[in-house]
Design a protein around this ligand. Sequence first.
Ligand SMILES: Cc1cc2nc3c(=O)[nH]c(=O)nc-3n(C[C@H](O)[C@H](O)[C@H](O)COP(=O)(O)OP(=O)(O)OC[C@H]3O[C@@H](n4cnc5c(N)ncnc54)[C@H](O)[C@@H]3O)c2cc1C
Length: 353
Amino acid sequence: MLQDTWKTRLFRFAHLQAYGQPTQHVTASQSSRTILGRTLYKRKTMTQSSHWLNQIKGEVRSSELMSQHTSLRVGGPADLYILPQDLDDLKLILRNHADTPLFFLGEGSNLLISDQGVRGIVVSLKRGFKNIALPEFFTNKQGKECATLKVGAGVKMSYLAKFAAKYGLTGIENLAGVPGSLGGAIIMNAGAEGTEVGDVIKNVTVLKEDGDLVTYDHNQLVFEYRNTTFPEKPCVIAHAEIELKSGDSAEIQGRIDRYLKRRSQTQPLSLPNSGSVFKNPEGMKAGQLIEQAGLKGYTVGEASVSIKHANFIVNKGVASASDVRAVIEHVQKTVKEQFDVELKTEVIIAGDW
Ligand SMILES: Cc1cc2nc3c(=O)[nH]c(=O)nc-3n(C[C@H](O)[C@H](O)[C@H](O)COP(=O)(O)OP(=O)(O)OC[C@H]3O[C@@H](n4cnc5c(N)ncnc54)[C@H](O)[C@@H]3O)c2cc1C
């Protein structure tokens, strides 16, 4: 019922764009048909204040299943899913969403979204934030040739690493196997093979809650293990500049190939997963603790602790988010009981639980 209401509303917007007819408000009886615990108040707010959606140049979809946008392939529907085309679309969303919650989605490779989905608006930067400007070369203080790359937040790390290699630029190749976007990698300070994304960041441009842009230099940001702290919590990262050194293109590509091969040998990449589920506790490896606890293969529904890598949970078919969460909680409980260690999740648990 809710889906139909949203669809009806979107058709109305499309009609409005085509014919310029005034918006008809949803009636009280329509509004009172709620599922998933959404309140009458929230739906009325969305309906009465959503005329701005007409101005979005990108795409607006209703009831989009998040399982289509997460690497774990789980997650229920988002009330609205918007693919902004450019910065103006993004500003429009920030300035008009009122009290409707926003959630920003990168490649969905570090997310566990509930089966109930996400109330409010999910904004994906997959559409309009994919640009990489040509490198700007310069010589640094040590006399080394370097280059700056301006990169949209929606650019995939794998693409960015290959792009840099093509221009003979080194520094980001270690992250070629991280299946996320630059925006997600910055939020998570993604790391691999001894490199963290923070190591190459020159500055990051974000949109604040009021829709204004602000650029933070590297020294204003705190890059920690799987977390970046901003002077003010950013709403959304729009783009960033990274600084790389000149190197040999073939050698850089060779390193990328080696890293990717190593990943395919050690990680369960043939099944949907969200990478390492737990952060490594200080001085320990989460995967080793889980393996020593005898939890490899532990299964709830269709979600299992991977046999290949104990810090991965794989979706063996049609796992639900609840299955995955039950596995996470069992692993945490067992590791706590056996080793008195609290495993904290690296994967972000989001949505309407
Ligand atoms: C097979 C596999 C291997 C992995 N290997 C690694 C690894 O080696 N190292 C590592 O660190 N991680 C790894 N990961 C985890 C994941 O790829 C990284 O955390 C990645 O950086 C997440 O990026 P994303 O675009 O997918 O973000 P998402 O999962 O979509 O989002 C993650 C968080 O970032 C926020 N976010 C995303 N984009 C933006 C934006 N533009 N503005 C504001 N907030 C934003 C989201 O709201 C969310 O809070 C792996 C995952 C998989 C599936």
